[in-house]
Design a binder for this molecule. Structure first.
Ligand SMILES: [Zn+2]
Length: 254
């Protein structure tokens, strides 16, 4: 009897270990209207709507940051797909995804870009749009390292790509929305600092500002915002394509 109990204990421990291994971080949502995965060799645009589920983000004036972020992310997704650009949403519903889960989704992709969508809160006079990039980011790790955590030695490197990406997105945001230009800023926010791709975090307005909040309640403005971000993404991808061509034309250096 005692050995039966012991075996049962082992079985339960084994089963729960297997269960923990299998337990999914909510799977990323690929858009249903799937464009060709590799349309132009520049890879996927990962769209990360901030917050979700029990994490509402900022709540002001009846607006929830998580809802606005998802709405704008879905619009951005549709606009990019229409341009034939492959996309991937880190969440496509009102569910909680950890920051680590979001970064892991991004790091499973090759040649990707990440755009995280947020809205801000501050004193009532603060208004406008800003785009963040991480001052440094982890280097490209070989695929195996993402499966075997103890092999991971994330090294950091300067993040000029993300800085340049942020510049394109910010310029397009200001041109497309006429919102106050708060510029690009370097901050090591987790989701942009822990991906191995050029990554930016957009703060698309202040829910604590009367005018920003009023604009954000309209679909038209949210569409404008999404389309401005899409413009920035498209321009940065064009630059990347140009760079690829230059590298290809130069050929391997001797
Ligand atoms: Zn946020």
């Amino acid at each position: 009897m005692r050995s039966l109990v012991a075996w049962l204990g082992f079985a339960i421990i084994g089963a729960s270990f297997v269960w923990l291994q299998l337990l999914p971080e909510r799977p990323p949502t690929r858009s249903l209207t799937v464009a060709p995965r590799i349309s132009d060799g520049l890879g996927t645009v990962i769209i990360d709507p901030g917050h979700g589920g029990q994490d509402s983000g900022t709540i002001r004036a009846g607006l929830l940051e998580k809802d606005l972020a998802l709405d704008v992310a879905r619009r951005l997704d549709r606009i990019l797909q229409a341009k034939g650009i492959p996309t991937l949403l880190t969440r496509d519903g009102d569910n909680y995804v950890s920051l680590a889960g979001r970064a892991a989704t991004a790091n499973r992709e090759e040649n990707a870009l990440l755009v995280s969508i947020h809205f801000d809160d501050a004193k009532p006079t603060a208004t406008g749009v800003e785009t963040y990039y991480a001052p440094r980011r982890i280097t490209t790790a070989p695929m195996i390292a993402s499966w075997v955590p103890f092999l991971q030695h994330p090294e950091e490197q300067d993040n000029f790509d993300s800085q340049s990406f942020a510049g394109f997105v910010q310029d397009s945001l200001v041109a497309g929305t006429h919102a106050v230009n708060r510029g690009t800023r370097a901050e090591p926010f987790y989701v942009i600092a822990n991906v191995r791709h050029p990554a930016v975090l957009v703060e698309g307005g202040f829910l604590t500002n009367k005018d920003d909040a009023a604009k954000l309640t309209t679909e038209q403005y949210r569409e404008q915002l999404a389309s401005a971000v899409a413009d920035g993404v498209t321009k940065f991808r064009a630059l990347m394509r140009e760079r690829q061509r230059t590298v290809a034309a130069q050929g391997p250096r001797s």
